[in-house]
Design a protein around this ligand. Structure first.
Ligand code: PMT
Length: 399
C-alpha cells in the first residue's frame, strides 16, 4: 500500500502551461489512496478548468481566499490545518517570488504561510526565468526556510527552449511526495505503542470504559512506521482500520493490555503509552446479565484498582525509553510532572482534555511535552501531523 494512503494532500496549481499535467498528478494521488483538495490560482484556470480537477479529485476546487461559501465549510485556515502536505505544481516564478516575500494575497500563498505541514514546490518556467539570479535567490531562500523544491527537470520546453525549468513528471512528483512520509529517524528501532480505551466487564453485556477513540495512538503508530520503526500496536477496542506495515494486538481489559505489553516489550527499544487505561475495574464480573430489581432500588458496584501498565513496564524494562501521556483537566504541567516522577518515565505528553476540539475522540490535539528538563508547548495540530512531530521529539530522548 502506498505511503500516501489516507494522507491529506493539497495540490495547489498556479498559472503555467504545465498545469495540464496537474490533472494526471491528481489522478495518480487518488489512485495511491490520498485524499486530495485542489487549489487553483486565477492564472491556473486560464490553462485548465476547475471542473476537470473537481472530477478527478472528487472535491470542489478552492479558488478564492475570501469565499463566503468556503469559509462556512472548509475555510482557508481549516484547509491549512487539514493538509498533511501542500504540493504547488506547477509553481511559477511569480509564485516562488511571492512565497519568498511571505505574501498572503491569495488562497495559495495564504495556505503556504498558514500551514504547519510540509510545503513542496514543483517549479515550472522558461529556462531563462529559472536561471535568473532573482529566481535562484528566491529558490535558495525558500529552501533555507524549510520548503522543498522538487525539480525542475531539464529538457525541451513548451516555448521551444531547451534547459532547466520543466515540471517533473506527475509520476516522479508522487514518488517524491511519498518520501516525505518515510523518514529514517527510527530505522531499525522496535517500538511498542498502546492506543484506545480499555473495557472492564461488569457482566456479559456491560462494561466500564471511556471516550478514547484510539486516533492519537494510531497516528503515532503510523508515524513510527513512516520513521522506519518496527511497530507493535496494542489496541483497546476502536473503530479504526489497522494502520499498514505493523503488528497489531487487540485487547479488551487493562490486564489483557498489560500482559500484551509485557510480551511485546521483551525486545523493544521504545514504549509509548497513549491508551486511556481504566484505573479501576469491577471487583467481580457477574456470570449472568445483572437484572434490574425494584423500581427505586439503587445499585452499587465494588471497584478494585487496575495495574498501572506504564509504571509496571518502566520498572520491569529499565533500558526501555518509556513515554506516557497525561489526560488532565486542570494544572496540566504540575500533574504531568508528578506522573513523570511517579511512573519513572522519560517524557509525559500532557493534553488538556477539558478543551473543546482536542483530546478524547477528536481529530486534533494540543500537547505539552514534560521532561526532567522542563515543559515545551506544541501548537494545536491534526493528530496525524502532531504524531510526526512527537516521533521526532521522542527520537531525541532515545539517542
Ligand atoms: O484516543 P483518542 O480519542 O485519540 O484520545 C487521545 C487521548 C486523550 C486518550 C490521549 O491523548 C491521552 O491522553 N492518553 C492517556 C489517557 C490517560 O489514561 O491518561 P492518564 O493521565 O490517566 O494516564 C497517564 C499515563 O499512564 C498514560 O500514558 C496511560 O496510558 C498510563 N496508564 C494509566 C492508567 C493505568 N492503569 N495504566 C497506564 O498505563
Amino acid at each position: 500500500m502506498s505511503r500516501l494512503f489516507n494522507k491529506h494532500i493539497i495540490v495547489a496549481i498556479s498559472g503555467g502551461i504545465a498545469a495540464y499535467k496537474s490533472a494526471e498528478l491528481v489522478r495518480l494521488l487518488k489512485t495511491a489512496g490520498a485524499q486530495v483538495e485542489v487549489v487553483m490560482t486565477r492564472g491556473a484556470i486560464e490553462f485548465i478548468t476547475p471542473l476537470t480537477l473537481q472530477a478527478l479529485s472528487g472535491n470542489p476546487v478552492h479558488q478564492h481566499l475570501l469565499d463566503p461559501a468556503a469559509e462556512a465549510g472548509m475555510g482557508h485556515i481549516q484547509l491549512a490545518r487539514w493538509a498533511d502536505a501542500i504540493l504547488v505544481a506547477p509553481c511559477t516564478a511569480q509564485v516562488m517570488a511571492r512565497l519568498a516575500q511571505g505574501q498572503a494575497d491569495d488562497l495559495l500563498s495564504t495556505l503556504c504561510l498558514a500551514t504547519q505541514a510540509p510545503v513542496l514546490l514543483a517549479p515550472a518556467m522558461n529556462q531563462a526565468m529559472w536561471n535568473d539570479p532573482a529566481t535562484q535567490a528566491n529558490a535558495q531562500l525558500l529552501i533555507e526556510r524549510g520548503l522543498t523544491l522538487l525539480g525542475p527537470d531539464v529538457g525541451e520546453q513548451a516555448c521551444g527552449d531547451v534547459g532547466p525549468g520543466r515540471m517533473l513528471e506527475p509520476g516522479q512528483l508522487v514518488i517524491e511526495l511519498e518520501q516525505i512520509f518515510s523518514s529514517h529517524a527510527w530505522q531499525g528501532r522496535k517500538v511498542v505503542i498502546t492506543a484506545g480505551p480499555t473495557r472492564e466487564a461488569i457482566d456479559p453485556v456491560r462494561y466500564l470504559s471511556n471516550h478514547s477513540s484510539g486516533k492519537m495512538g494510531y497516528a503515532l503508530a503510523q508515524a513510527a512506521v513512516e520513521a522506519g520503526a518496527q511497530v507493535h500496536l496494542i489496541s483497546g477496542p476502536t473503530n479504526l482500520p489497522t494502520p499498514i506495515d505493523l503488528q497489531c494486538t487487540q485487547v479488551q481489559s487493562a490486564r489483557d493490555m498489560l500482559s500484551a505489553c509485557q510480551n511485546a516489550c521483551q525486545d523493544a527499544d521504545i514504549f509509548i503509552a497513549s491508551a486511556a487505561v481504566a484505573d479501576y475495574r469491577p471487583a467481580e464480573k457477574a456470570e449472568q446479565k445483572i437484572k434490574k430489581t425494584g423500581a427505586k432500588s439503587g445499585f452499587s458496584l465494588e471497584l478494585v484498582q487496575n495495574p498501572d501498565i506504564l509504571a509496571t513496564i518502566a520498572a520491569d524494562f529499565p533500558r526501555l525509553t518509556c513515554v506516557g501521556f497525561a489526560a488532565e483537566t486542570q494544572q496540566l504541567v504540575a500533574h504531568a510532572q508528578a506522573k513523570l516522577k511517579r511512573k519513572q518515565v522519560a517524557m509525559i505528553i500532557a493534553n488538556d482534555v477539558s478543551e473543546p476540539g482536542i483530546g478524547f475522540n477528536s481529530d486534533e490535539n494540543q500537547v505539552c511535552l514534560v521532561t526532567a528538563e522542563g515543559a515545551k508547548q506544541l501548537p494545536r495540530l491534526p493528530k496525524t501531523q502532531l504524531a510526526r512531530q512527537l516521533i521526532n521529539h521522542i527520537a531525541q530522548l532515545d539517542k
